[in-house]
Design a protein around this ligand. Structure first.
Ligand SMILES: [Mg+2]
Length: 399
């Protein structure tokens, strides 16, 4: 499948002057890092480049072709000198008032990509429109692609209401082309996924984990409150998580919770692989109540310190749990409170991570829910990959 990078010209590759018409060589200047980034994209990635630009009234007396093409061709010459080739250059010549379907965000110039055999050869879901205007994001939406919006100082985004961007498939708002490169580099990396099937006489567990997901969860353990906690884990860590546990609940909840934690830890260990490029450490201070959170951060006043949840995590290759939490109820929902410690201990055993959890709260439900959320947020930080770094985060060279 072919992936396209559909790139706007003015305000994206080259600077757009105040009169929005680049009709002389004196007006030609490239945006910072546009040439070097496009060269790296062509060299390192497998996108096909398409240029798509609205040139109001091109070919009319207000914008004669002979004032447009010398500058346009000079720009292409400079780009070709760096091995940057566009497989297609789509120029709409109409004025906005004409409302022609060929003018962005219309897709009239893209019909050859949307019909015949070509439509089946393009991976629109993994194609991007790179531009500086809302119309570029709307074009992405109309094509079934995603948008990368470059917010340069000349960007029209600054004068556009944020509500205009609601619902648009904007994958990235970039401050510069360097951000665009980092983003595309991450797209190139395969998603980190793991499947675990753990079967004993007591439980039968299947787990699917995608560390690079979007927080989707499908959880069924037979314990409603436990499902709710694991759903929080997926949602707040950004991992996609599917868990199906058939446990011996006719005896009690113990094996179901313990074995699910063991299988879950194993899934994280497998999905992380050699841990190349990850942050490794994660932490979170997460009160349930926002007002308390502000008090904690801003004042450190003991009066407001009644509910405090702390989670710090290291995917170190060594298992360790530091636990500082007390529960005063026997159960929350259908889960015995003594099993919370057991869950996190079992997780650290198989994920081979160090985990510190501390919780203070009056409300027992808030306490454990906050712990899972803090745990999830700490995981989110720890498994995050730095775009510019592919090293194993240890002086030992192995984790
Ligand atoms: Mg533009």
């Amino acid at each position: 499948m072919k992936r396209l990078l559909i790139i706007d010209r003015d305000g994206t590759i080259i600077a757009e002057p105040p009169d929005e018409q680049i009709d002389s060589l004196e007006k030609l200047s490239f945006l910072p890092y546009s040439i070097t980034t496009l060269a790296r994209i062509c060299k390192e990635f497998s996108y096909s480049l398409v240029m798509a630009t609205n040139q109001d009234g091109l070919g009319t007396s207000s914008f004669p072709e002979e004032t447009f093409y010398p500058t346009h061709n000079k720009m292409l010459d400079i780009l070709r000198g760096e091995d940057i080739e566009f497989e297609d250059i789509l120029i709409d010549r109409s004025f906005a008032r004409e409302q022609k379907p060929t003018r962005k965000p219309g897709i009239g110039l893209f019909t050859h990509y949307l019909s015949g055999t070509e439509q089946h050869r393009i991976d629109w879901e993994h194609s991007f429109v790179i531009g500086d205007r809302i119309t570029d994001a709307q074009l992405a939406q109309n094509l079934g692609a995603k948008a990368i919006l470059l917010q340069s100082s000349a960007s029209k985004l600054h004068t556009t209401s944020r509500t205009d961007t609601a619902g648009l498939p904007i994958a990235l708002e970039a401050a510069s082309w360097l951000d665009i490169y980092d983003f595309l580099l991450v797209q190139e990396r395969p998603q980190r996924k793991a499947s675990v099937h753990r079967k004993t006489n007591e439980t039968d567990i299947t787990i699917e984990l995608n560390l690079d997901g979007s927080g989707k969860a499908h959880i069924h353990t037979g314990l409603g409150f436990f499902d709710h906690m694991l759903d929080q884990l997926a949602r707040h860590s950004g991992c996609d998580l599917t868990i199906r546990t058939e446990g011996d609940l006719h005896i009690d909840e113990h094996h179901t919770i313990e074995d699910t934690a063991l299988a879950l830890g194993e899934a994280y260990l497998k999905a992380l692989g050699d841990k190349r490029g990850i942050e490794r450490y994660g932490y979170c201070l997460l009160p349930m109540d926002e007002a308390l959170a502000e008090a904690e951060v801003s004042f450190g006043d003991a009066e407001f310190n009644q509910q405090r949840i702390h989670a710090a995590l290291d995917f170190s290759g060594r298992n360790w749990l530091v636990w500082d939490a007390e529960f005063h109820r026997e159960k929350i929902g259908d889960v015995p409170t003594e099993m919370f410690h057991h869950f996190f201990k079992s997780f650290t055993d198989t994920a081979k991570c160090t985990l510190n959890i501390r919780a203070e709260a009056e409300n027992e439900h808030h306490k454990i829910e906050s712990m899972f959320k803090a745990f999830a947020r700490a995981i989110k930080i720890a498994v995050r990959r730095d775009a510019g770094n592919n090293a194993i985060p240890s002086t030992k060279g192995v984790l």
